[in-house]
Write a protein that binds this ligand. Structure first.
Ligand SMILES: C[S@@+](CC[C@H](N)C(=O)[O-])C[C@H]1O[C@@H](n2cnc3c(N)ncnc32)[C@H](O)[C@@H]1O
Length: 244
């Protein structure tokens, strides 16, 4: 998959995406990440990429010319998404949709954002990573890239399956997990996980995923159409592991 990122701070994105599994995905050719700096497309001596807003007001905006020129020179894979708090909320279903593409592109804003003509005439949509305001789109870009790239075949090795994770096919949050030691400071691992009874472990896990989702994300339970009669039996059979 090819992902192009337009950013005034390419080293921020490059650094993050060079480590761990993302770095390996790039090294093995699973992910072809290309970074473009609109500042390279300025013509004045100060390499100016921002200007004050028409009509006044606080802060500066990214000028349209370097952004348009940078995008047009790169001819990046579409769709091209502007990252911004006003965009469509990025989530796991969107990550899965993007992972099916051959490529897509991200445009990172800075300052108070971009000249509106970028939205109107250059990008294909706007994407937000949550109801928070960041200083720039780079952290948002890294979030999107990591969430999508880990879904690409071969990117996670055999270590994990996106099917069994939170927001996977079950539509539930993941159940709690424990590793050694079985007794840590007097806090024991649930007996069922050490019982060797795989069918019972599977039922316990499903019950815990349900308990956790009911408590933390009732909206997800509603989205999957509630809880079935079989699941109610499971919930009664296994009490919830406490969460803080
Ligand atoms: C300081 S923000 C601009 C915020 C803008 N003035 C507003 O009130 O909506 C600068 C840049 O950070 C990025 N950014 C900030 N918050 C974001 C979010 N929640 N999701 C994606 N990108 C974000 C965008 O690229 C944005 O252009």
């Amino acid at each position: 998959m090819r992902i192009d990122v337009f950013t005034l701070f390419p080293t921020l994105v490059d650094g993050f995406c060079s480590e761990s599994l993302l770095g390996k995905a790039r090294g093995s050719g699973i992910l072809d990440l290309r970074l473009h700096d609109p500042r390279q497309h300025t013509t004045d001596v100060h390499r100016t990429v921002d200007d004050s807003p028409f009509g006044g007001g606080a802060g500066m905006l990214m000028r349209p010319e370097p952004i348009f020129d940078s995008v047009e020179a790169a001819d990046p894979p579409r769709p091209l998404f502007l990252l911004g708090p006003g965009g469509r909320r990025f989530d796991q279903p969107i990550a899965h949709q993007l992972a099916k593409l051959d490529g897509f592109s991200l445009l990172c804003g800075r300052y108070e954002g971009v000249d509106h003509r970028v939205r109107q005439h250059l990008v294909d949509g706007e994407m937000s990573v949550g109801d928070v305001v960041l200083n720039g789109g780079e952290v948002a870009a890294c979030l999107v890239i990591e969430a999508v790239a880990r879904l690409l075949p071969g990117a996670m090795g055999n270590a994990a399956s996106p099917v069994d994770e939170s927001f996977g096919v079950s539509g539930l949050l993941e159940e709690p997990h424990f590793t050694r030691p079985a007794d840590f400071r007097g806090w024991d691992v649930p007996d069922v996980l050490r019982s060797g009874d795989h069918a019972r472990v599977a039922r316990w896990r499903r019950a815990q995923a349900l308990h956790r989702t009911v408590a933390a994300r009732p909206d997800l339970i509603e989205a999957r159409g509630g809880i079935s009669d079989d699941e109610r039996v499971l919930l009664e059979e296994f009490p919830p592991v406490p969460y803080p």
